[in-house]
Design a protein around this ligand. Structure first.
Ligand SMILES: [Zn+2]
Length: 107
């Protein structure tokens, strides 16, 4: 039961929306369940609107996925960053994940 449709299919007659791959755990999830990071001029930012232009990467709003992505530098690869992500951006991501987990963030 862990297989998500790449096409976000309508198995149950309900459109579930596009899915994205989490850079932390590598699993796919509905984009509404993930936080988007975007690369702007070579540095990463948390894209709370999920709509900023630029190369994007997605991650679950949980600390284990963020930790894994940080250790493995998957954001740098995915966003093609030239330098490591700044500490303040990780804090921003932590805060966004915390808010999302508590339902304060929705779009
Ligand atoms: Zn994940």
């Amino acid at each position: 039961m862990s297989n998500y449709d790449l096409q976000a299919g309508d198995r149950d007659g309900v459109y579930t929306g596009p899915v994205r791959t989490c850079v932390g755990c590598g699993l796919q999830a509905n984009r509404a369940e993930l936080i988007r990071m975007v690369a702007t001029q070579g540095s990463a930012h948390v894209d709370l609107s999920r709509s900023l232009p630029g190369r994007g990467a997605w991650i679950h709003p949980n600390l284990s996925c963020i930790k894994r992505a940080r250790q493995r530098k998957t954001f740098m690869q995915r966003l093609r960053l030239q330098r490591d992500i700044h500490e303040s951006v990780w804090q921003e991501l932590d805060e966004a994940a915390h808010k999302m987990a508590h339902g304060a963030l929705s779009s």
